[in-house]
Design a protein around this ligand. Structure first.
Ligand code: V47
Length: 375
């Protein structure tokens, strides 16, 4: 007996959505909602992949980066219920590096062999803005070629509050000290219904957007994130993505969007579940389809595992993040992924996914290294 495989039939709204993607039309709020709810995940992935291929062909970007977290002591330790990284002064897991420790850590992590230091930390009650400026100058002096992607919008807002100066002034002083760009953290979910539950009192959505708008207007590029897999509903995520898309229309300053999967351990949220693989892929694919003006979508392998991030290269993502080495935010929240991939491992993973691995710097310029340096 022979079996014929019937072509899959999709509901009309999904067929319309596919036509819009094919014609390069912008997706509406309802379309975005459909992306978050349709059971046809493979179809969604295929559509996202078609957009990804139009933009980047087979290329999968990665970078050689290291994380530096100078302190995890944070005034929002109780308010940011989802965060497992933060600590109060005196707690066993609290730390604060000295400047010398920051420089030693940076040197041990590869110094100027890497192209990016990703620097974020808690809002320490006793560290002055000058302390951070000196740290940035010290890093730049020792590792002049390394791009400093530093401080979430939350930290920028905190410095402005500490110094009683504007966001623009904070960013200007940081730029003079060596800041190259802002990472995308602190966005969580913009909608107040969710923010009030997961991070009441922290910088609100309007303020987060204002920090990034100011940075972009000053020529400082940034990334954006969205934390999913906790108490949020699809409507909240649609609102989040559309606010980001609006800001990008206005400024064009975002490089990359990174959906961040919630990790439930060691925090005050009281939730027990990790996100599932299909949920992670859906968020990446939806981001690629809705954020039509973002150049890059990052599958952060540290967070969703190298294996799933590899699959994500066919679900709309074009960036794998970096080689890292030591990651704390997710590993304190229960992540069991490796913290380091060597360059050959990373390239093999991407080639196996049918991609051409391309090393990039923070701003997505491709980097050529002599063969001996890449072994
Ligand atoms: O803002 C904190 C998230 C973010 C948890 O710009 C958690 O290239 C899950 O923004 N479970 C910081 N997430 C990390 C970040 C980032 C990561 C990688 C690349 C870039 C980039 C930026 O981590 C925080 C928060 O949303 N986070 N705790 C948790 N338990």
């Amino acid at each position: 007996m022979t079996t014929t495989i019937q072509p899959e039939r999709f509901p009309a709204p999904l067929v319309e959505l596919a036509a819009k993607v094919r014609d390069g039309q912008r997706l509406s709020e309802n379309d975005a909602l459909l992306c978050f709810t349709t059971p046809h995940l493979l179809h969604l992935g295929k559509l996202a992949d078609s957009v990804r291929r139009k933009l980047h062909g087979d290329i999968a970007y990665f970078n050689i980066n290291r994380h530096i977290n100078p302190t995890n002591i944070c005034v929002y330790t109780y308010d940011c219920k989802f965060c497992s990284f933060a600590a109060l002064p005196g707690e066993d897991h609290a730390w604060k590096m000295t400047h010398e420790e920051v420089y030693e850590h940076a040197a041990k992590q590869g110094g100027d062999q890497v192209t990016e230091f990703h620097i974020v930390g808690g809002l320490h009650p006793d560290l002055s803005f000058d302390w951070y400026l000196e740290m940035m100058r010290g890093l730049k002096e020792r590792f002049p070629s390394v791009h400093l992607k530093a401080f979430t919008a939350i930290e920028i807002g905190w410095f402005a509050q500490l110094e009683k100066i504007s966001i623009g002034e904070v960013l200007e002083r940081l730029r003079e000290a060596g800041l190259g760009s802002l990472p995308g953290g602190g966005a969580e979910i913009f909608h107040t219904e969710v923010r009030e539950i997961i991070c009441n009192g922290k910088l609100d959505a309007g303020e987060w957007v204002e920090v990034h708008r100011t940075a972009h207007q000053m020529g400082i590029p940034s990334n954006a994130t969205m934390l999913y897999g906790h108490v949020e509903k699809p409507e909240h995520k649609v609102d989040h993505l559309l606010q980001l898309r609006d800001l990008q229309d206005e400024t064009g300053g975002f490089n990359t969007f990174i959906p961040l999967a919630y990790h439930p351990e060691n925090n005050y949220m009281g939730l027990e579940y990790h996100t599932t693989g299909t949920e992670d892929l859906r968020h990446l694919a939806t981001a690629r389809l809705v954020l039509d003006n973002f150049p890059h979508i990052k599958a952060y392998w540290i967070m969703i595992s190298p294996k799933l991030a590899q699959v994500a290269m066919s679900f709309g993502a074009d960036d794998f993040d970096g080689t890292v080495v030591e990651e704390t935010i997710y590993h304190m929240a229960g992540a069991e992924t490796e913290q380091h991939l060597t360059r050959p491992e990373l390239e093999r993973i991407l080639r196996e996914a049918g991609c051409e691995p391309v090393e990039r710097d923070t701003l997505y310029n491709s980097i050529e290294r002599p063969a001996a340096a890449t072994a």
